[in-house]
Design a protein around this ligand. Sequence first.
Ligand code: ZN
Length: 221
Amino acid sequence: MSAYKHIDNRGKEIPLPLGKVVCVGRNYLKHIEELNNEVPSEPLLFMKPATALCSLKQPVIIPKDKGACHNELEVAVLIKSPLSNGSSEEAKNAIWGIGLGLDLTLRDVQSKLKAKGQPWERAKAFDYSCPVSQFIEKKHIQDYANLEFSLKVAGKLRQQGNTKQMIYSITDLIVEISKHFKLMPGDIVMTGTPEGVGPLCAEEQLEVTLENHFSVGTFVI
Ligand code: ZN
C-alpha cells in the first residue's frame, strides 16, 4: 500500500497536505429509511483520521474478523483553504474540487456501539476505511448540486445517487462543519451515502463512477 496523496483527474499530485476527513451521516432520506434511523434535525458529523485515507485505485482492504463491512459511496469534497465559521460564499471558495469516496463501515460493530450510545470510531475510522478517487477541479464541475454517481459491485448496480437528493447541500454542510471544526487545506468532507449499503466480500470487483468525469475500477481484498 503506497502512501496516499490527493490526485487530480490527470493523475497529477495536488499540492495540498493530508488532513482529517469530516463525514456526514444520514444525509439521504432513502438511506435513513433502509437503516431505520431518524431524520436528523442538524447534520450528523463524525471524523476519520488521515490514516483512514487510501487510493481507490488500489485494492480495497476490508477487516476480516470484525463482521460485515459495508460500502457507503459518497461525494468527497477536497478543501483548499482554511475555513472557520464560514459563510456560504466562503464555503464555496474553500472547495478545491469533487471526487468520490467509500466510507467503509463495520456495520455489526457500529450497531453494538450505537446500542451502547458509544462513539463510532471503531466502526468507521480504522486504517484504510476511506478509499478516495481522484478529484475534479471545481471549475470543471457544472453544478455540484446535481451530480450523478454510482457504485457497481461484482458487475451489478448497488448504489446510485444524485447530490440533489441530499438533505443538506454541499455548501450547507461545509458552513455547518466550519462552525464546529476549523477546516484546513487538504481536509476532505464526505457528504453522506445514498441507499444501497451492503456487505462487501473479498475478491468482489468494484466500479465507481462520477457522471461523465471518471470511472474507477478496483477490487476487495
Ligand atoms: Zn457514510
